[in-house]
Write a protein that binds this ligand. Structure first.
Ligand code: PTJ
Length: 243
């Protein structure tokens, strides 16, 4: 039992939830280590949404709203942490939700799809094919889903699918707390924020942006600037910690 007055209450409750999801198979065991890396970077940015991340969330909303065929790709970590938030973003953005896994088994795909359905998401399922130019199982996706998408959102990604999607000509929105990762650097737009803060931020922006604002934001994408700002925030915090 985690006491409510524990200074790391939120983090401990999240860890407990993820451990349960790992036991039930929704989260891969490797997903626990990915979460640990995310927590470390979240510490470094101060466990808050920075100004540059807030801007990135507004740009992400504009990209989703103006896309022809946007797809939100969901893996085990994303489903375990934020199934309801994925459903909420789908409702306001009109994006398709598709499960895509690195540690893929049919059973895990089904479990994650069921979890998303239960949270209110409309999941695009059906026959997957090995369509992406990758030697691992993230290559499996749906022809009418991610394969034909013009915009793909990839929360908590490993870099090579992100690179492959960009090479295929797609606009890729990453959510990744590590501004140095291959994913962060190869995506069209990277939101350096914790998933459960970033998703409501994008959803809120989807509700409020006007068409001219969307046009202006989509024309302003500068991932290099956003990543530099994230690194600047981390550096500032480290410098203050030494004062
Ligand atoms: O469910 P599967 O089988 O598809 O596997 C998913 C994992 C996460 C295991 C797989 O995609 C993986 O190995 O990812 P990586 O390469 O560890 O990358 C995950 C990235 O997400 C890292 O850069 C972390 O810093 C970052 N991250 C972790 N937790 C969060 C996060 N970013 C935002 N919010 C988080 N909560």
């Amino acid at each position: 039992m985690i006491p409510k007055d524990h200074p790391r209450y939120h983090s401990l409750v999240t860890r407990e939830k993820l451990a349960g999801c790992a036991r039930s198979g929704i989260l891969s065991m490797e997903g626990l280590t990915a979460h640990g890396r995310g927590e470390a970077f979240d510490y470094l940015i101060g466990e808050r949404t920075t100004d540059s991340a807030r801007l990135a969330e507004r740009i992400a909303a504009a990209i989703l709203l103006t896309a022809h065929h946007p797809v939100i790709s969901v893996n085990g970590n994303t489903a375990a942490l934020a199934a309801e938030q994925i459903a909420a973003l789908q409702k306001v953005s009109g994006a398709m939700v598709e499960v895509n896994l690195f540690h893929r088994t049919e059973e895990r795909v089904q479990q994650i799809e069921d979890l998303l359905h239960g949270a209110g998401a409309d999941v695009f399922s059906g026959e997957a094919e090995r369509l992406l130019p990758l030697s691992h199982d993230r290559a499996w996706c749906r022809r009418e889903g991610m394969y034909s998408a013009d915009v793909v959102m990839v929360p908590l990604e490993d870099g090579d699918r992100c690179e492959a999607l960009v090479k295929m000509g797609k606009t890729v929105i990453a959510i990744d707390l590590n501004p140095l990762s291959r994913t962060a650097r190869s995506a069209t737009l990277t939101i350096v924020d914790e998933l459960t803060r970033a998703l409501p931020g994008i959803t809120a922006a989807c509700k409020e942006l006007s068409e001219p604002e969307c046009r202006q934001l989509t024309a302003s994408v500068d991932n290099h600037y956003l990543l530099s700002e994230a690194i600047r925030e981390i550096t500032l915090r480290l410098c203050h910690a030494m004062d």
